[in-house]
Design a protein around this ligand. Structure first.
Ligand code: S3P
Length: 474
């Protein structure tokens, strides 16, 4: 087993031939060709029971924390989407032994806190902001040099939100203009613990700071004015770290005791509530439908969509609520029913940040206006989701306005007409939202490219077809 190390820092280096390193990253297998896809209103109601793939946030963390633990972590139910496979590849490149035993079953032999090795090549994080930002946190407190890149969508996304706070621990970053990838990272030899107040509600930024704190002495403290998903905190405890969470008004203060010995621990990944959102809303919209989704993660910091849909009149039932792998899990039962507009408050945004495109689809089929408040963060997702969601609905005949950071969808009580091809901007959630909308509209809804769905929900179209949805090649 590799020793838990504080390896001597290699001599300070400037990357000698960055161009050559970039070339080898470019030689990685390309993302598959665009897959134009179309959805039509099905002839019969959606019906049946399904399980969605594992939670993306928890899957990334399971691989990363497993790589930082001593011993072998066994993971069951890992999401085998492209985003998470990028994390698996990065952990291998950093010296962890990552093995795939069968569907969803993975093992990670970790190197201990501070024990990752310098990668020999560029780390390509594909489409995944979570992988890139959390990895920045890990690398910031490892005395090694790394270069990180991603696809065209990820290379557009802001990274200063992590590199600015992480620089204070002693790491050095060099990036393209605006702090964008590719990014060169020189991790700190003796990282300082950080005390950071999040300027935006972001679990990715919170997690990056905590991960850097793993290899720094003393307490790392993150103050979050609006609570965000707490999978990092939960999993760190699961691996033996000491993490204290205190309420602070509406927010929280999280304190991690530095340089813990993380010990390998088994992880059971629940179904991703952000993926369950798509069959759930499809069943709400197609008359007569009745669908159950088994084993969905129901962490309170992830279930804002369920609250919002209930505010809109949806009848959603949770059956067999249980705890699996330290996270609440249940089976969701949903039936078609009429929806009405609702006012979705800004403080709900962190608990449903990835669900606004699909909520907007539901709102477009509801009666009355739905106002979704405080969506500034949507502008920096896999696409500018605020603009792109509005464009999707407008193209399909819905009435939509953007007022500042609020999205207003003016429903008429019937689905919009459809009959458009939606531009998805390399964004998996826009693609799935449009294909769900097409289950309700009189005219088909097409997307320019469904291939990015593989990043988070492999098998989406087949699972939806299993319920009776009509989705296929355009
Ligand atoms: C994630 C956090 C969210 C979310 C992303 C996954 C995570 O991003 O949009 O899909 O796993 O921490 P932000 O924390 O930046 O809002």
């Amino acid at each position: 087993m590799p020793p838990r190390q504080r390896a001597p820092l290699p001599p300070m280096r400037v990357p000698v031939k960055p161009a050559a390193r970039m070339l080898s990253a470019a030689a990685m297998p390309p993302h598959p060709a665009p897959r134009p896809t179309v959805a039509r209103r099905p002839a019969a109601p959606l019906a049946g029971s399904l399980a969605v793939p594992g939670d993306k946030s928890i899957s990334h963390r399971a691989l990363m924390f497993g790589a930082l633990a001593v011993g072998e972590t066994r993971i069951t139910g890992l999401l085998e989407g492209e985003d998470v496979l990028r994390t698996a590849a990065a952990m291998r490149a950093l010296g962890a032994i990552v093995s795939h035993d069968g569907p969803g079953a993975w093992r990670v032999a970790g190197r201990g806190v501070g024990g990752l090795a310098e990668p020999a090549d560029v780390l390509d994080m594909g489409n995944s902001g979570t992988a890139a930002r959390l990895l920045c946190g890990i690398l910031a407190s490892h005395p090694l040099f790394a270069v990180m890149t991603g696809d065209a969508s990820l290379r557009r996304r802001p990274m200063r939100r992590v590199t600015d706070p992480l620089a204070a621990c002693g790491a050095r970053f060099a990036s393209r203009e605006g702090g964008r990838l590719p990014l060169a990272i020189e991790g700190a030899r003796d990282a300082m613990p950080l005390h950071y107040r999040l300027p935006v509600a972001s679990a990715q930024v919170k997690s990056a700071v905590l991960l850097a704190g793993l290899n720094a002495p003393g307490d790392t403290v993150v103050e979050e004015p609006d609570p965000t998903r707490d999978h990092s905190e939960n999993m760190l405890r699961h691996f033996g770290a000491t993490v204290r969470v205190e309420a602070d008004g509406a927010g929280r203060v999280i304190t991690l005791a530095g340089q813990p010995e993380l010990l390998a621990a088994d992880i059971l990944v629940p179904g991703d509530p952000s993926s369950a959102a798509f069959p759930l809303v499809a069943a709400l919209l197609v008359p007569g439908s009745r669908v159950s989704i088994r084993g969905v993660g129901l962490n309170k910091l992830r279930t804002g969509l369920l609250d919002s849909l209930r505010d809109m009149g949806a009848v959603l039932t949770v059956a067999d609520l249980r705890t699996e792998g330290g996270e609440p899990v249940g089976d969701l039962l949903v039936e078609h029913g009429p929806l009405r507009g609702a006012d979705i408050p800004p403080d709900r945004a962190p608990s449903m940040i990835d669900e606004y495109p699909i909520l907007a689809v539901a709102a477009a089929c509801a009666s009355g206006t739905t106002r979704m408040r405080g969506l500034a963060e949507l502008r920096v997702k896999e696409s500018d989701r605020l603009t792109a969601t509005a464009a999707m609905l407008t193209a399909c005949g819905a009435s939509v306005t953007i007022e500042g950071d609020d999205l207003l969808v003016h429903g008429t009580g019937a689905p919009p007409a459809g009959g458009a091809t939606v531009t998805t901007h390399m964004d998996h959630r826009l693609a799935m939202s449009a294909l769900v909308l097409g289950q309700a509209t009189a005219e088909p809804v097409a997307v320019d490219d469904a291939s990015f769905i593989e990043t988070s929900f492999p098998g989406f179209e087949a699972l939806m077809r299993g319920l009776g949805a009509a989705i296929g090649p355009a």
